[in-house]
Ligand binder design. Sequence first.
Ligand SMILES: Cc1ncc(C[n+]2csc(CCOP(=O)(O)OP(=O)(O)O)c2C)c(N)n1
Ligand SMILES: [Mg+2]
Length: 892
Amino acid sequence: MDNEISTQPHGMEDVEIQEWLESLDAVLESSGPEVAAEILERLRAHATVNGIDLPFSANTPYANTIPPRLQPLFPGDQELERRIKSLIRWNALAMVVRANRVEHNIGGHISTYASAATLYEVGFNHFFRARSDEFEGDTVYFQGHASPGMYARAFLEGRLSAQKLENFRRELKPGGGLSSYPHPWLMPDFWEFPTVSMGLSPLMAIYQARFNRYLEDRGMKPATDAKVWAFLGDGETDEPESLGAITLASREKLDNLIFVINCNLQRLDGPVRGNGQIIQELESAFRGARWNVIKVLWGSEWDPIFERDTEGLLVKRMGELVDGEYQKLVVSSGAYVREHFFGSDPRLLQLVEPLPDEALRRLRLGGHDPRKVYAAYKAAVEHKGSPTVILARTIKGYGLGEAGEGKNVTHQQKKLNEDELREFRSRFGIPLNDEDCVEVPFYRPAEDSVEIQYLRARREALGGYVPKRSIRSKPLVADHDDLFKEFLEGSDGREVSTTMAFVGMLRKMLKDAEIGKLVVPIVPDEARTFGMESLFRTVGIYSSVGQKYEPVDVNTLLYYKETKDGQILEEGITEAGSMASCIAAGTAYATHGINTIPFFIYYSMFGFQRIADFIWAAADMRMRGFLLGGTSGRTTLGGEGLQHQDGNSHVLALPVPNVKAYDPAFAYEIAVIIQDGIRRMYKDGESVLYYITVMNEPYAMPAMPGDVKDGILRGMYRFRPAPNAKAKLRAQLFGSGAILNEALRAQEILESKYGVAADVWSVTSYKELYFDGIETERWNRLHPGEKPRVPYVTKCLADAPGVLVAASDYLKTLPNMISKWMPRRLASLGTDGFGRSEGRASLREFFEVDSRFITLATLHELFVDGKIERSVLDKAIKDLGIHADKPNPVVS
Ligand SMILES: Cc1ncc(C[n+]2csc(CCOP(=O)(O)OP(=O)(O)O)c2C)c(N)n1
Ligand SMILES: [Mg+2]
């Protein structure tokens, strides 16, 4: 690493270096650190001017950032806090061990919390402020694998029963249990943020901190000093999302954000950087991104040794070791440490000469020393102007001894034998005798014990318990009929795309008395693509510093207006970041008690396909709001080709249980869906979110044909019945999105050329139909004695004669999955395969979803049913200009 400090470069005399160091000490003493820093800076500049090539390093030495003389007094009762922490350690371990005794392989983690206990306990006792009606509270992202520790604390706090702990990872047991990791979906009164898919929480925390500022700058909440804390693993930082947005945090000067990275130097399989130093690597990344970096590496026991080391030898030695060596050293005997660490230089050995081996073994790491951790947290909350990251060194599996402390297998350790349990019990002073201890009972001291009293008092002083999730927003009241009415009436023949129609609705919503302020439009650099640039001017783009420049297009009507109270979150090219903003806005009803309504509009191919795990987390978090997949449809987005044309997202939306996915064709359908969505989410408080695809193909928007609202929402309705219902040849055509127009054209061709009378249905949501179908089947299976229920699809088609043909701009699997509830065989057309750079007409021909192929499919079904002659079919293929041997789009 480049943090090494050489003590004897190029034959320089010790005494010379000593003189330099002493004069710096003198400056420090007489004039303070700022003057000392200024001198060093000037020296560096002077050196550069004189041709000295100083290598760049964003690193500081491998030492604590906060020296002992700047360390504040620890304000708590350290001994009592240690006892409380020990009890939490015990109960966290007991929870995992007991669960695995009852149910082999049920899993759980001991070693993550064991290494992070001090990091959390200092937070709980001194920093994390609860949410209340008066104060928004701090927001804490807990490391998912440390959840046993959070449950164990809540048990001591009297918030979780022993029975709940007993049922850790066995949530379906009578009386309920505790979910493995933080899942607001499963524990909606407890957890706020799902963090266990690693890498998501650091990015979400950054955008959360930014969204808090957005709310303040827009005057929607008072400015406070509330903090966003994110606890991460050092291994977790390898996920690209973890560090992917750290420059946003510094650019936005988010001093309301604190990362705590538990640097136990290990991940699941082994060391994070056996051959390097993860702490130094992270330090340079964060310092390079202009974060305030606080390293907490060494515990108080090291302070006097450092003090004796006037030559900087110890820091140099510390910088030399790679993490693999450290991992071994920290769990080795004092004699080993003396020989292998201090033994590299007789002067180092001299430093620790007075210390017995036992004292060397007991030299703690910084992350296990509450005084050091407290100092770092205090510095972090007081720091102004940039976010802070605390890099805290710990031992993975701390306290597990032979059962796994610091070992490569420790992450997976779930069982301890009797000796190991007794050892752990003794090490942490748990008042259980040898016999009882091996039963691993949960242990909670009496309510009036000093431990419980202290713990409660600390939480009371900090406003209540954390984590705790509650909904503090008031439901909306209006029905918004007026808002959406005009969109039910059609476009009077004017050709508009559904995207334009949606933007029209958005514009109107932004002006609405009740929801106008609550709407949060979010775009990842695609506003122009969607024709939203007029909003730049009307509601402004949020910028925490306003607009420091005159925009190049200031003379135009729709100039790029950045403003401090801007409403649009223009995130730049980051779907992940935009989704994180969307999550912050869509969960503000709980986090802040504010019903912000996000409308995140993006290139549909880069949504579910690219950031599905964030959407999954949003669903777990009970996010409310709207995702709008723009430029959607594999054949509707012309030109862009294979990577852009989306025929997948409606399939990828299927697995997320609470996502309502719609593929509307017309403006009135979108209006109905959005109006109903606002009602369900913000009036009725349902934990659902919406995915709506919108297209860029312009066509005349019809008026709503009668009261079809229910059908739109449930997934299908008959849009245009056949004019001649009495015809002998009958068909039912199902179209979605822009492909509905192809079905309508096919209806005309079938009628005029082949005498087939077809009804055309708009299928707005295959997912809704599918969920209804599987739920009906399930209900019938469970209630065989009752009158069977009928799936909605079956009901719709009960008196719909003829052959059945579906066409959409998505995979054929969508219509196929509901075909079992249809009265007859279904022919499905769709866009399986890679897209192409082409125009719409060619694409629809290539994927066989245009009106001609819908016509052919209908005739073919009639032929199979024996309703028409082969010759009619053959002629039709010719007349329609279809090439039978064209390439198969699925595999070409
Ligand atoms: C995205 C993702 N990939 C893999 C995992 C599986 N996993 C769980 S914990 C873990 C190791 C964690 O190491 P680290 O981040 O250093 O945390 P520690 O337990 O050491 O504090 C892994 C690989 C996961 N939870 N999420
Ligand atoms: Mg780790």
